[in-house]
Ligand binder design. Structure first.
Ligand code: HEC
Ligand SMILES: [Cu+2]
Length: 342
């Protein structure tokens, strides 16, 4: 009875699990609400193994409890039952059933492995298949569109309904590229090139995360995958390729001078970026700063003045002594970096 009392104490905690998993659903950082053919396959396969497991559990426990009830020792019965050794029919039964169950699991698993590993261009799209080079850094993501001639930082854009191929690299330590709503994860490894593909069924913003412990701010190494209809995607690409426009506002022009003096060595605006910091070509459209802070002026200033306090161990230097005037101008300039204006 004491056991039951203890068990009841855990009830609120177990109910909390349901509430908390509900929060995950809202952000689409979950593999349980698939939004692409790859994640759908993973989900279906997971359900299949879950059903098989449930079936085995139910049957085994049913037999267990029936035997327990039916053959338990009656009060006053001191006789030892007849002892038996080996039963060929039973042995064959409990060998053959698992073989059948494992075969049912093996067929989709093995065919699925080939599907997942197929990083050839989509035959229907051919040369237009989008190819993106991903580099994991402590603690941010670089997305090079080499064929198109530009780099995006922290946010990767893809066309909807098309297989997109990702070439994975790491700059410093192991990271892992993962967009749970669209597919499985794959490590980015220094010195090794990995390939994977993803496809989104519907337009949307899909949350991504580094899934490999890579340092103190590993948990903040978030990114977004933005799936757009093909024409909108093409328009974004054109914007990224176009000549960067002069800022029109005087304040932003002043901010550009501050940027060119202190920041441009690490942050590209337009064209190909570098490995030292995320390209900021389309910064005005970023939902977040540094992967997780809401993109507002207050957070932006806090970030520039002291990045370490917001993301421990990251590689951006602090600018604590920047004058308020320069800061205001700089922020106005960063707000003007919008490829839709290019
Ligand atoms: C030595 C290289 C370096 C310099 C110089 C530098 N940064 Fe950074 N910056 C980084 C790195 C690295 C990150 C990524 C940090 C992370 O998220 O781990 C970053 C991130 C950022 C971000 C967030 C980007 C995003 O996509 O969310 C902003 C904004 C930014 N820097 C602005 C500036 C400004 C403004 C200056 C100049 C005053 C500056 N940086 C100078 C390296 C640098
Ligand atoms: Cu990482």
């Amino acid at each position: 009875m004491k056991l039951w009392k203890t068990a009841w104490r855990f009830l609120p905690l177990s109910l909390l699990v349901f509430v908390l998993t509900g929060c995950l659903g809202e952000t689409n950082l979950t593999a349980l609400d698939p939004k692409g053919p790859q994640s759908q396959w993973l989900f279906d396969n997971m359900l299949l193994s879950l059903y098989i497991m449930a079936l085995v559990t139910i049957v085994v426990f049913a037999i267990f409890f029936i035997i327990l009830a039916k053959y338990r020792r009656a009060p006053g019965d001191d006789e030892i039952p007849k002892q038996v050794h080996g039963n060929t029919a039973l042995e064959i039964t409990w060998t053959v059933i698992p073989i059948i169950l494992l075969t049912i699991l093996a067929v989709p698993t093995i065919t699925g492995q080939f599907m997942l590993a197929d990083v050839e261009p989509d035959p229907e799209i051919g040369e237009d298949t989008v190819y993106i080079k991903v580099t994991g850094h402590q603690f941010w993501w670089q997305f090079d569109y080499e064929d198109e001639g530009f780099t995006a930082g922290q946010e990767v854009y893809i066309p909807v309904g098309e297989k997109v191929i990702f070439e994975l690299h790491a700059q410093d330590v192991l990271h892992s590229f993962w967009v749970p709503a669209l597919g499985g994860k794959l490590d980015t490894v220094p010195g090794i090139t990995n390939h994977m593909w993803l496809e989104a069924d519907e337009p949307g913003v899909y949350k991504g995360k580094c899934a490999e412990l890579c340092g103190p701010s590993h948990a903040l190494m978030d990114f977004k995958l933005i799936a757009l209809e093909r024409d909108e995607y093409d328009a974004w690409v054109e914007g990224m390729q176009a000549e960067v426009q002069e800022p029109t506002e005087a304040l932003a022009q002043q901010g550009r001078d501050v940027f060119e003096a202190s920041c441009i060595g690490c942050h590209a605006v337009g064209g190909m970026g570098s490995a030292t910091g995320p390209a900021l070509s389309d910064f005005a459209n970023r939902e977040v700063v540094a992967g997780y802070l809401e993109n507002n002026d207050e957070n932006l200033e806090a970030w520039i003045r002291d990045p370490e306090s917001l993301k421990q161990g990251n590689n951006m230097p602090a600018f604590p002594d920047m004058s308020d005037e320069d800061m205001e101008a700089l922020i106005a300039y960063l707000r003007s970096l919008d490829v839709q204006n290019n």
